[in-house]
Design a protein around this ligand. Structure first.
Ligand code: PMP
Length: 441
């Protein structure tokens, strides 16, 4: 039985024993959450918070069907995937049913980072070459192989030395990027950037290199990946779609975010994580038979102690059941549209709101001090987040300038929840909300 310490003691022990690189949310005044249900979290005093942060608790915190499935399987058996077990094959079959037919072979792992690292190994083995194209500001994971292809991270290092085999493509951002909404054809311009990167690498002696295109689909813009994909394939590369943040129906119109790019667009490898186990550590790499066979032919066995164990698979199956039974993809579509609608009204009313973007229940609100110069309103963004916390609404900031309010709540988020969040942001921006907080930094 774990003890419930008073908050100060928890903070002190954390300072003493937990690696200091992980920053807590609301570091000026952290909250201590002791339980959660649906889209709500509760602190040690029983206060309820509306959760707009946790996309991992995809079908809602502590969902009884998921909890029961895990507990039931834990009572029976948990072991590694060298034994035959029906949960493993059933789960792979169920996941496959959500994907284009040629994506039919699964590898189960334990985190998004592990999934992306394995995706790179599969692609390296298949293409025989190491070069990678990644997107500006992308994040793909915390292991060494991924820090190298995550500009979001390696740009934070003052002595960062970019590997010569990593090529960073422009982020297809039509608000703050080089080619904006007023450009006659931003999609082609951004795709041409990828074409040029490939061309330049060839010229610099990287002859016959193959390309991997590992991409974070949180950049939900024009349908440009099919063109990227053509350039990459022409150069003999593969396309890896990182669905770790945005998969499992979150975008509302589709189950997978890559499907937003059109019916014909099929990546070579898809990686999944975060929401897949509703908080239980499970992740997956799905690829084609051809790529999987090439990996096997390397001669090295792939074995993962925890990946694909019967408990993880039971939980994964329960998550898929709940998404379907509760029509959570449909809910993300409906509630997400309503959220965008209210946020657009907010944008008309408040000059600080520069851009609203997103899809389903994955939405960003970019704050700027000047709509022409696009000066990032970073401090204002922090201020809003702290004031919302005082109103018991949990939100986080993102983007290279930390000036984007990011909403990615559990998928059971309701229209009433939207009303509350937008009303509070409106009151904060109008300055009518009485708050105790003066903690912008
Ligand atoms: N890819 C993306 C797009 C992510 O957002 C993350 C986590 N933030 C990862 C990969 C890494 O996942 P994990 O933290 O489970 O290793």
């Amino acid at each position: 039985e774990t003890k419930i310490f008073d908050k100060k003691k928890t903070i002190d022990l954390r300072k003493k024993h937990i690696g200091p690189s992980c920053k807590v949310f609301f570091s000026h005044d952290p909250i201590k959450i002791v339980r959660a249900k649906g889209q709500y979290m509760y602190d040690e005093n029983g206060n309820q918070y509306l959760d707009c942060i946790n996309n991992v608790a995809h079908v809602g915190h502590s969902h009884p069907i998921v909890v029961k499935a895990g507990a039931k399987q834990m009572e029976l058996l948990n072991t590694n995937s060298r034994f035959l077990h029906d949960n493993l094959v059933q789960y792979a079959q169920r996941l496959q049913a959500t994907l284009p037919e040629k994506l039919s072979v699964c590898y189960f792992v334990n985190s998004g980072s592990e999934a992306n690292d394995l995706a790179l190994r599969l692609a390296w083995q298949y293409t025989g070459h190491k070069d990678i194209i990644t997107l500006e500001n992308a994040y793909h994971g915390h292991v060494s192989s991924l820090i190298n292809i995550s500009p979001y991270k390696f740009h934070q290092l003052s002595n960062a030395e970019q590997s010569k085999s990593v090529h960073v493509a422009l982020s297809p951002d039509v608000y703050r990027g080089i080619y904006k909404k007023d450009h006659p054809d931003p999609a082609t311009a951004y795709a041409d950037d990828v074409k040029n990167l490939i061309h330049k690498a060839h010229e610099n002696g990287h002859k016959c290199i193959k390309y991997l295109f590992s991409i974070c689909l949180s950049v939900l813009r024009d349908s440009l990946f099919p063109t990227h994909n053509r350039h990459v394939h022409k150069a003999g590369g593969l396309f890896i779609a990182d669905e770790v943040q945005v998969g499992f129906g979150r975008v509302g119109t589709h189950f997978w975010a890559f499907q937003l790019q059109g019916e014909d667009f099929v990546p070579d490898i898809v990686t999944m994580g975060k929401p897949i186990g509703n908080g239980h550590p499970i992740s997956c790499v799905v690829t084609t038979r051809e790529i999987a066979e090439a990996f096997r032919n390397s001669g090295m066995e792939y074995f993962n102690t925890f990946g694909g164990n019967p408990v993880s698979c039971a939980i994964g199956l329960a998550v898929l059941d709940v998404i379907e039974k509760e029509d959570l993809q449909g809910n993300a579509l409906r509630v997400g549209r309503y959220l965008m609608q209210l946020l657009e009204q907010l944008k008309e009313k408040h000059p600080l709101v520069g851009d609203i973007r997103g899809c389903g229940l994955f939405v960003g609100v970019e704050l700027v001090r000047d709509r022409v110069k696009l000066t990032p309103a970073t401090a204002e963004c922090q201020d809003i987040i702290y004031k919302l916390k005082e109103q018991h609404i949990l939100l986080s900031a993102d983007g290279p300038h930390r000036n984007v309010l990011k909403l990615k709540p559990p998928m059971c988020f309701s229209e009433e929840d939207v009303d509350l969040v937008v009303e509070k942001i409106d009151q904060i921006l109008t300055g009518t909300l009485k708050t105790l907080c003066n903690c912008s930094n």
